[in-house]
Design a protein around this ligand. Structure first.
Ligand code: GLU
Length: 508
């Protein structure tokens, strides 16, 4: 066991778009695999054909690619030796394991109809018992434990519908060692005889999951907390199939919680509070509803991944910004918390802002170019790069750049009304005219020299510079706030600045 190569899997069901909680599960699996020089697989768990959603599998693959956490084996990735990686394509292999469990007395056929099951549930409700198919109730039902052997045989030969159920022991302690939670102990009397296999040849999630993890040589199962209640059942299946010595280690990840209040983060929270809960935009094929994605909202994949990594895990220090490589080095399951992690949409924006600032002016210029070209901007690259340098300090997203900095390319048409109302006074025209004149006579035109010129002009007129600073900003940019004002002035250059001051005098 100790010497086995680490192999982990992300095993989503293609029932819709991948929730960000699912992306985090994939990320932790990825980090764990890379850290230990192991393999990271993508397995598609599509045994429940009723819940199959067209496009969901592709969405999962695209999401992992966008995040940069690609499996090295599995559906859509690599050429692993365990293909196929889609459970529906593995269908023929599961029956033998169901039969093995029956032969060893750990599973049985059950022929109960839906009506009979409903009736049993009603009966149990009346008597106050649990309404599960379990060690007690199975004795009163139509199954191979209660029916004579030849009757069972006849029913199967006649093609009667059946399911195979696990035979949970009546009173036994089932222990699961979870790498995050420690020992989890469950009494088997609290468990029910889950269906493992159906007569149409399809296994249920539980059987397929165990058989695949075993045959794919998975060493660690890292998955969401919602699967913790299934873990005791899985432990029993490993035992009954004789695979306990190679049973993977389990780690159940904490839930992602709503930003406000308690409970699991849902799509409704995103709609209500205006943030995406999906990595990519999703067009629901049935309802035609479109749900927004982090990619389309302008998030950088590395910022998104960094943000997700810290939802439920923390580093050894206070560091918050990590490259993927640093995350791989730092990651450990021991520092995954047991408690749920509250999702904070503002923090998500903060991460993007940090990554925006980290990007070079050259890279951002390149990314912004298509929009600038579309707007008809003809400025040269050096000028644009300098504008980007100033703008990037003020935004969270690239798509905000135009509204934050269009004045670098076109003189403002409108001036911030609130600032004008508050700051424009009788003497303002005089000050602007004076400043224009002073600027015109300057030799050089740097941020430092223009700032000095501005201050001396104001002081000469007996105006505290602080009182006219924002006014000057509005004259130049139209906006009440933005990057360092004299940096803007230097970049625009003397002629343009003088023109803009003149224009303001005309308008007023
Ligand atoms: N198919 C399950 C899901 O959709 C996988 C659970 C597991 O990882 O065992 O989440």
């Amino acid at each position: 066991m100790e010497n086995r190569k680490v192999r982990v899997r992300f095993a989503p069901s293609p029932t819709g778009p991948l929730h960000i909680g699912g992306v985090r599960t994939a990320l932790y699996n990825y980090l764990f695999a890379k850290k230990h020089g192991g393999d990271f697989l993508l397995r598609i768990e599509d045994t429940d054909q009723d819940r199959f959603v067209p496009g969901a599998e592709n969405y999962i693959i695209e999401s992992l690619k966008w995040c940069g956490i690609c499996p090295n084996e599995g559906v859509g990735f690599g050429d692993g030796h365990h293909a196929p990686y889609r459970q529906s394509e593995r269908k023929p292999m599961y029956r033998a394991y169901a039969e093995q469990l029956i032969a060893s007395g750990n599973a049985y056929y059950a022929f109960d109809t839906k009506e009979e099951l409903d009736e049993m549930r009603k009966r149990m409700e009346v008597s106050g018992g649990t309404h599960a198919y379990n060690a007690i109730t199975r004795q009163t039902m139509k199954n191979s434990l209660t029916l004579p052997e030849d009757d069972v045989k006849q029913r199967i030969e006649a093609g009667q519908a059946y399911v195979v159920r696990i035979k949970i022991p009546r009173n036994e302690e089932v222990r699961v060692l979870d790498l995050i939670r420690g020992w989890v102990i469950v009494q088997s009397s609290q468990m029910d005889d889950k269906v493992l296999f159906k007569s149409d040849g399809m296994p249920t999630y539980h059987l397929a999951n165990i058989v695949d993890d075993y045959t794919m040589q998975i060493t660690h199962v890292i998955r969401g907390e919602e699967w913790l209640p299934s873990a005791p059942l899985h432990v029993l299946l490993y035992r009954y199939l004789g695979w306990e010595n190679v049973m993977p280690q389990f780690a159940h990840l904490p839930l992602l919680l709503k930003p406000d209040g308690n409970g699991k983060l849902s799509k409704r929270d995103g709609d209500r509070l205006g943030f995406p809960v999906f990595p990519l935009e999703w067009n629901d094929p049935a309802t035609k509803e479109v749900s927004s994605g982090y990619r389309e909202r302008g998030y950088f994949p590395d910022a998104f991944i960094n943000m997700l990594a810290l939802l439920g895990w923390h580093s050894s220090g206070n560091q918050e910004l990590f490259t993927l490589e640093e995350l791989v080095n730092e990651f450990s399951l021991e520092r995954v918390s047991k408690a749920g992690a509250k999702f904070d949409p503002e923090k998500a924006k903060w991460f993007n802002q940090q990554y925006l600032r980290k990007r070079s002016d050259e890279e951002l210029t390149e990314l912004w170019m298509p929009e600038l070209t579309e707007k008809g901007v003809k400025a040269d690259q050096t000028y644009i790069r300098k504008a980007v340098h100033l703008i990037k300090e003020k935004g969270n997203f690239l798509h905000e750049f135009w509204s934050l900095g269009s004045y670098f390319f076109i003189a403002p048409e409108k001036y911030d009304a609130d600032v004008m109302k508050k700051r424009w006074s009788e003497g303002s025209s005089k000050f602007i005219a004076e400043l224009k004149g002073a600027f015109e006579t300057m030799e050089g035109f740097s941020s430092a020299t223009t700032e000095v010129q501005f201050k001396t002009t104001a002081e000469k007129m007996g105006i505290p510079p602080g009182q006219v600073m924002q006014l000057l900003r509005v004259c130049i940019s139209g906006l009440g706030g933005g990057p360092a004002l004299f940096g803007i002035i230097e970049l625009l250059g003397k002629d343009e600045v003088v023109r803009r001051l003149e224009k303001m005098l005309d308008v007023k």
